[in-house]
Structures are given as C-alpha cells and as structure tokens.
Design a protein around this ligand. Structure first.
Ligand code: SAJ
Length: 420
C-alpha cells in the first residue's frame, strides 16, 4: 500500500493514529508545532505516555513508515487531529482547526481526502470546506468535477489508556459533506479498523460525538449529585450505588472529585452553545460536575480544622486512573485551592509523573512518593483511583483522617471518615 497520509496534530489522538496507520502499511507524515515532540518522534521516542505507544512509534520510525515535521507535505489523505478547546465564555475555540486547515491548503490536490477527527461543534466540517475553497478556486466539491476534493468528519472516540486497542476495535462514524466524501472516507477507515464503519452526514457525525460525551457527563453528574446528597444524609454512596446497580435496568456510574480531561468537561458546552434554550439538562450536568471540586475542597478544609497543623497527602493528580494526563484535572484544581492555605503542609503523590506541572511547581506543595506522603500526613485526600493506590494497606491509614473521593479505601465513604 503506497497511500500517503499527512496527520496534522501529533497529540494524544494524532500520534497514536499516525503510529497505527504506519504500522498498517501507510506512509505517514506527522505535523506538529512542537519541535521538541517532532525531534523525539523522529528518534523513535514519544512526548506523551500511552501504553505501548513508544514501542509502535519506534518500530514504524525505524521502518521508515513514519516521520514528523513542522510543515505538511503533499499526500493522498489529510487528517486533522488538533485540539478544540473552549474560550472563557464556554464558546468553542476553532483557532487550531483553522490554522491546521490553512497549513494544508497549499498542498491539496484534486482527489485528496481531508478528514477532521477533532471533536468539533456542529458546522465545523463545512467551515473547513469554506476555508479551502476561498483560497483554492481551482478545487471543487462538486461530485461531477474533475477537480473534486473529498471532506469528512470522523470523530475520534478512543479512551486514553486504551488508545491503540480502541483505534482498531471501535466502531467509527463517518460523515462527509456529500455522498462521495462519505464513501471515500468509509473505505479509508475500513482498510485499518476492525469495528463497523457507520456512514452519515457531516453534521450528524459532529453531533454524535458531542452526544456521546454529553451522555457520559450527564450520567457522571447523576453519580456526583448522589454523592453530595448522601453526604448530607450520612449514607455511604458507594454502597448505595452498588445496591441500586443490582436492578437489571440501572447502571449508575461512579462519583469522583469532578470531571476532568479535555473531552467530557468540554464537549457538552458545544451543544449548549448551539442550542442554549433546549439543552437545560446538559447544561445543569456540567454545572453539577464543575461544582464537585469545591465540595471536596470544603470537605478537606473541614477535616483539616481538626488538627493544629495539618499535613495533607493528596494522592493522585491525573484526571483519571492509570494515566499521566493532567489536562483539566479536578485534582489539580483541588490542590491549587488547598495550597492557598498557608497553614497546610501539602504533599503530593502521583506515581505517573516525575516532576510537578508548571501550574503547581511555584506553589507551596511538594511531590513525594506515595509511601512518604502517607507516612508524614495526618490527613489523606484520595483524588485518583490509580491501581497503585489500591495496594495501600489500610493499616498504614490507621490514625489518619481520609477523604476518599473515589471510594477505593475499604470503607470509602466519600466524606470525612476515619478508617480506624
Ligand atoms: N469519571 C467519573 N466517574 C465515572 C467515569 C468517569 O468521575 O464513573 C471521570 C473521570 O475520572 C475523568 C472524567 O470523568 O475525570 C472523564 O473520564 P472518562 O473515562 O469518562 O472519559 P475520557 O475523557 O478519558 O474519554 C472520553 C470517552 N468518551 C466516552 O466514554 C463517551 C472517549 O471514548 C472519547 O474518545 C474521549 O472522551 C474523547 O476524546 O472525546
């Protein structure tokens, strides 16, 4: 297979996609603005942690199937995998999609396939077409034209921590700007995906991705709301959920310190922005999940008040278990807020990182081993359910107060609870 693929954005989605495609026989050219990442990749190394990723990158770079640069090249298929954050007012920020599109415009030729994988607000795929055709009057999207280009949205749906597996196994939704674009894109994904490739139009594909993440956000909000209700009523929320989930049609998710990452805490806002009057539930769920870190902070302060001098061990910084990804992590928000109290001695344990992120390294907090943090602290705040923390011996927690936001200590009650 000699098809050339150019992937713009070599982050958590773009790099694994590049590696998988190269491993499947495509000739892949990756593009990123981060020169340090480019140098690492060209050396067969990676700038992000994802299980097995470095192994595959090393293999395909050595085989000459993957290379990286700051500029795109001519290719048969272009994939845009750049971030789509929101601005201060929760409105979508399409600056990266626009600059990624502009970067490929000079290289596009008739017959090329352009795929937007970034999670995007409704209408973004059409905007990409507009940007391209404004600058390149020699190209067309007319299905009868010989200068036709094909443009589609195929949202990424992989779970951090399982990206390489899910890139191959998950079903994909493909929505083109017209029938031929949809078909061409479906053929492309069918050549390396084992899951089903489902065809629709661009707008529906855009909303389907936003819907999936909003569905999860609403369900996590339900669990988080229950945890706050249970705290008021002095009921163990973990036991409650376990019991309720014995019903054949009930499947409540797990409460936590809040919702983090760059997807679930962001994407529902794109629906709210598109239909503010009609998205009341989705909007409320966002507010419930965003309020959970404040609830946890208050619980920790309440517990710290019991000590003359509180040494607080914050266990976990990443936005979820068993990864090193700190983006939009509620744990960081909680640590930052606690560090404002000058009378707390704050120790952080995060087995997946070797140094504190820049947002924390000037604060009055220190990164230590899990064992050291537990030994020194009189108050333990469990923020992430890493497998590593599940090995903590409850005997080591004796005589300490534990605020367990993930319910992993034996009697995790999601509220100030002494385990003695
Ligand atoms: N969380 C809870 N309780 C739960 C489940 C999750 O508090 O029961 C929290 C996590 O701790 C984390 C956040 O929610 O802070 C999000 O974690 P997640 O595992 O639910 O999802 P992400 O953000 O890692 O990945 C999601 C996935 N979407 C869905 O499951 C619908 C993934 O498939 C998407 O590809 C990804 O968003 C994305 O890139 O959009």
């Amino acid at each position: 297979m000699n098809k050339k693929v150019c992937i713009v954005g070599l982050g958590y989605i773009g790099l694994p996609t590049a590696a998988v495609l190269a491993d499947k026989g495509f000739l892949v050219h990756g593009v990123d603005v981060n020169e340090e990442a480019i140098n690492l990749i060209n050396n067969g190394e990676v700038h992000i942690y994802e299980p097995d990723l470095e192994k595959v990158v090393k293999k395909v770079v050595t085989a000459g199937k993957l290379s990286a640069d700051i500029d795109p090249i001519k290719a048969d298929v272009y994939i845009l995998a750049v971030p789509t954050p929101f601005k201060e007012d929760h409105k979508p920020d399409l600056a990266y999609v626009e600059s990624a599109t502009k970067s490929i415009i000079p290289y596009i030729e008739p017959g090329n396939l352009i795929i937007l994988e970034s999670t995007s607000p409704i209408g973004t795929t059409d905007k990409i077409v507009e940007l391209i055709l404004n600058e390149r009057t020699d190209l067309s999207i007319d299905e009868k034209s010989s200068s036709q280009i094909f443009v589609s949205h195929c949202p990424e749906r992989v779970l951090p921590g399982k990206i390489l597996k899910e890139l191959i196994e998950n079903d994909r939704i493909v929505g083109g700007i017209n029938k031929m674009s949809t078909q061409k894109t479906a053929e492309f994904y069918e050549s390396f995906v084992d899951g089903k490739v489902l065809q629709t139009n661009a707008k529906t594909a855009e909303l389907s991705k936003l819907t999936e993440n909003s569905y999860r956000d609403v369900n996590i909000a339900f669990a988080n709301e229950l945890s706050m209700i249970c705290d008021d009523l002095d009921i163990d929320v973990w036991e409650l959920i376990k019991l309720a989930n014995h019903h054949p049609r009930v499947n409540i998710l797990q409460p936590g310190p809040g919702v983090g990452g760059h997807c679930i805490a962001v994407d529902p806002w794109f629906i709210v922005d598109a239909a503010p009057e009609k998205s009341k539930l989705i909007h409320t769920a966002r507010n419930v999940n965003d309020s959970k870190p404040i609830f946890v902070i208050n619980k920790v302060k309440e517990a710290a008040d019991k000590f003359k001098s509180a040494t607080i061990a914050c266990l976990g910084l990443s936005f979820k278990a068993n990864i090193d990804d700190l983006r939009e992590s509620p744990a960081i928000e909680i640590v930052k807020e606690l560090s404002k109290e000058s009378n707390y001695n704050i120790l952080i344990a995060e087995p997946h990182i070797s140094e504190l992120p820049s947002s924390l390294n000037k604060l009055n907090v220190s990164l230590v081993s899990t064992e050291e943090a537990i030994k020194q602290a009189n108050l333990i705040v469990l923020l992430v359910d890493h497998d590593y923390f599940k090995l903590i011996d409850n005997l080591d927690l004796q005589d300490k107060i534990v605020v367990d936001t993930r319910g992993i200590t034996n009697n995790g009650t999601n509220k100030v609870a002494s385990l003695t």
